[in-house]
Write a protein that binds this ligand. Structure first.
Ligand code: ACM
Length: 259
């Protein structure tokens, strides 16, 4: 399958323009699955919950309609981050395909001021069986908790689609370890640019990347430019957890000793 990460620079609050920007980047790159950044349609640096409330959407809102129309037209799949309006506000990722909504993930590990606006995710880490393999999602700061990627691997995911808005410098290199320790692919789609709002100044580090189960960085973008990049991957490779004739990665876990 052809897997793409899309690196955007959203204008805070300009949902229509941000969707258009992402679709333009995707138009010019064929892929079976595109991964877009966290909160790609709204921007990230909310001043207060009122702003989140205004910019959030139900799962089947305007953003879903635009992305699913693209998905139907191009017969492709898309994972994107958005602010979800439901019983509470969630920092969510939607998985969309030609057949419509595949599923939703709500970010479990909230970062920094997100904890003021969003409720922590309550849907677990679902894994979806698609024509090209088994795919789960996590969002940005979930990388800091190895349990996120491990849970997805234990549930059979071959690929982690990872919408992000990274501000700390560690994640792109840390994902090499996440992939290696789970023998799993990861596609981290990050944004670039800066948002200085309400006295909080955030610069996003870009470096969107796709990493293999052997920890190889198959592609990594730079820290400033918007764009997209895609690679051909065989997700079935991630189902082989055998390290050598004596060690099977997941079967070798010694769960009774961990707590
Ligand atoms: C982050 O979780 N957006 C750093």
């Amino acid at each position: 399958m052809r897997l793409a990460v899309v690196q955007t620079n959203p204008i805070f609050g300009d949902v229509q323009t941000n969707i258009k920007q992402a679709l333009l980047l995707m138009e010019n790159e064929h892929a079976d699955l595109y991964v877009l950044p966290e909160l790609f349609n709204t921007g990230y640096n909310f001043i207060d919950a009122n702003e989140v409330n205004k910019l959030s959407e139900p799962v089947h809102g305007m953003t879903y309609k635009s992305i699913s129309a693209f998905s139907k037209k191009k017969l492709c799949y898309v994972v994107y981050g958005f602010a979800e309006k439901s019983d509470r506000l969630y920092n969510s990722a939607a998985f969309v395909g030609p057949e419509g909504l595949i599923g939703v993930y709500r970010k479990v590990h909230l970062y920094y001021r997100e904890t003021l606006f969003f409720a922590p995710g309550n849907l677990g880490f679902p894994v979806f069986d698609l024509p090209f393999g088994k795919v789960g999602m996590m969002v940005c700061f979930d990388w800091m908790y190895p349990e996120s990627a491990r849970t997805l691997a234990l549930k059979g995911a071959q690929l982690i689609a990872h919408p992000s808005n990274l501000v700390l410098p560690y994640c792109p290199d840390a994902m090499v370890t996440r992939c290696l320790e789970n023998r799993i692919f990861a596609a981290t789609a990050n944004r670039v640019g800066r948002e200085n709002r309400g006295g909080v100044d955030l610069t996003y580090i870009g470096k969107s990347e796709i990493v293999s189960p052997k920890g190889e960085i198959l592609v990594r973008m730079d820290d400033k430019e918007t764009g997209k990049t895609a690679v051909e991957v065989d997700l079935s490779v991630a189902s082989n957890k055998r390290i050598n004739e004596f060690n099977d990665l997941l079967a070798g876990r010694q769960a009774s000793e961990y707590f």
